[in-house]
Write a protein that binds this ligand. Structure first.
Ligand code: NAD
Length: 491
């Protein structure tokens, strides 16, 4: 592998009350780079005592932050965006190093998005408005939108900066304080961003604790002084978060998993569609995306020719060192995830009726065998009720399922407990809209396969989650509560 060019700090610590501190236990977690399996840093193994200190700091800072003029809060977020921008390339390289996402196709865009998120929510901080009702001449009846208090935020590793910053910026813009439990597999870039944010925010407004889910994560979701839980991660853990929150009637936002359908109609047997479905599948993020369109329903009449187009375009993508400018696709995040993806591939290719159009088991020798690299894999002839078509693989594995009848394909698309996103490919607008309205998912794209749009509420149906955070409405819904004030002005 090429020489490491990301600049890592010597020491990564938790951020509590504006100070950088080790875990109280003085235990550490080693962060390994999936590009070559080398250890690149150590981070504190935060636990209950660290979470408790972070929550206390956030609770202490809350009244001051709540009462800071909203537009002053917004100005601080804008300052963070400006301060972050010159560090964008350095931080993008750290993301590639720690989670294996390719620098050119993924990490640079992720940090640019994060800058935008601070600017966007910074501009919205004054928009948490209430309403007045004209009841009668002698009454003043109005509502206020007030922040909730300490927000416990928990994020995964797959887009670590984007997902952390979404929660941080929208929660603090609305006047809350935050304790973020960053993902233990990719905490470094998040800590780098916290370092910059901490130079602008009052102490205690943002606290970051790194640790395992079963330790720091559990301590945060059960902490009595947390007033809101905002979780992004798997459906299994999301369900656990919700059940712990139910004891205290705590509001939760959950952004969870997906097994998202893409439907290719017979009139869409075209190269741009094949390229679009590749984007929708998030192959350039190794398929490690909750919105990946991993179930590709192709009309039987165009199956062979469409799969040929897919192969042609996928063959152009280069898997390799995430820090290499030539790489389109990087590495799977860790050994556990790598082995799990391989086992799903094994299961898919061992079925009698399937064929592997491209990809398959990863190389066992050569440079790619030094890290957790998996070629984009397309398995044709899958049935919708198989495990590989129902479970979230979270890897570069696309299942191709043929269809004949429109009602049947919509039924199959909906035959999943997930409901996050879907993609429809056809020139027939009527068909596209009928399908868009029939599919049970929170986000439908027609003839495009892009990523989330800042400003548009985003989130899941069914077991893909509840709550929305990507917009002004999402910020208000997720990070404020409504208070009704009634005044008799006769006296
Ligand atoms: P995960 O659920 O294993 O972990 C997510 C976070 O939760 C991590 O920080 C982890 O340490 C923490 N955690 C684990 N157990 C916990 C517990 N008992 N209590 C509290 N916290 C705990 O998920 P992952 O493997 O890191 O991420 C992949 C998953 O995230 C996929 O299912 C993916 O679809 C989902 N995801 C969803 C979205 C979305 O917007 N809907 C975005 C990205 C990822």
């Amino acid at each position: 592998m090429a020489t490491v060019t990301a600049q890592l700090s010597d020491e990564y610590l938790n951020l509590i009350d504006g100070q950088w501190v080790a875990a109280q236990s003085d235990e550490w977690i080693t962060v390994e780079s999936p590009r070559d399996r080398n250890e690149i840093a150590r981070v504190p193994r935060g636990g209950e005592a660290d979470v408790d200190a972070a929550v206390s700091a956030a609770a202490h800072a809350f009244p001051m932050w709540r009462d800071t003029a909203p537009r002053s809060r917004g100005r601080i977020l804008q300052q963070i965006a400006d301060a972050l921008e010159p560090h964008a390339e350095r931080i993008a390289r750290i993301i590639s190093l720690e989670n294996g996402n390719a620098l050119r196709t993924q990490s640079r865009g992720e940090v640019a998005f994060a800058v935008d998120v601070f600017r966007y929510f910074g501009s919205l901080s004054g928009e948490t408005k209430g309403e007045t009702i004209p009841l009668k001449a002698t009454a003043l009846d109005y509502s206020r939108r007030e922040p909730l208090g300490v927000v416990g935020a928990i994020t995964p590793w797959n887009a670590p900066v984007q997902l952390a910053v979404m929660k941080i910026a929208s929660a603090i813009a609305a006047g809350n304080t935050v304790v973020l439990k960053a993902a233990q597999d990719a905490p470094l870039a998040v800590l780098e961003i916290a370092k910059i944010a901490n130079e602008h925010l009052p102490h205690g407004v943002l606290n970051v604790v790194v640790g395992f889910g079963a330790e720091a994560g559990e301590a945060l979701i059960a902490h009595p002084n947390v007033q809101k839980l905002s979780f992004t991660g798997s459906t299994g853990v999301g369900s656990r978060v919700m059940s712990v929150a139910s004891d205290r009637i705590l509001p939760v936002s959950l952004e969870l998993g997906g097994k998202n359908p893409q439907i290719v109609y017979p009139d869409a047997d075209e190269d741009w569609v094949a390229e679009g479905t590749i984007t929708g599948m998030r192959f350039v993020r190794q398929g490690q995306s909750c919105t990946a369109g991993s179930r590709l329903f192709v009309h039987r009449s165009i199956l062979d020719s469409f799969v040929e187009k897919l192969k042609k375009h996928l063959a152009k993508l280069k898997v390799g060192d995430p820090l290499d400018e030539d790489s389109d696709i990087g590495a799977i995040v860790n050994k556990k995830q790598f082995e799990q993806v391989c086992s799903y591939i094994e299961e898919g290719i061992n079925r009698e009726s399937t064929t592997v159009a491209i990809g398959g088991q990863p190389p066992t020798e050569g440079p790619l065998s030094e890290g957790y690299y998996v070629e984009p894999t397309v398995i044709v002839g899958v049935e919708n009720d198989w495990r590989i078509a129902q479970e979230e693989i979270f890897g570069p594995v696309m299942c191709v399922i043929p269809w004949d009848d429109e009602d049947e394909v919509i039924r199959m698309a909906n035959d999943t407990h997930y409901g996050l996103s879907a993609f429809i490919w056809t020139h027939d607008v009527g068909k596209a809209l009928r399908a868009a309205h029939s599919i049970e998912a929170g986000w439908i794209q027609v003839n495009q396969g892009g990523g989330q749009v800042l400003g548009q509420s985003y989130g899941g149906y069914k077991r893909s989650g509840i709550g929305r955070e990507f917009s002004l409405e999402g910020m208000i819904e997720s990070f404020t509560q409504r208070k009704h004030v009634s005044i008799d002005i006769t006296h």
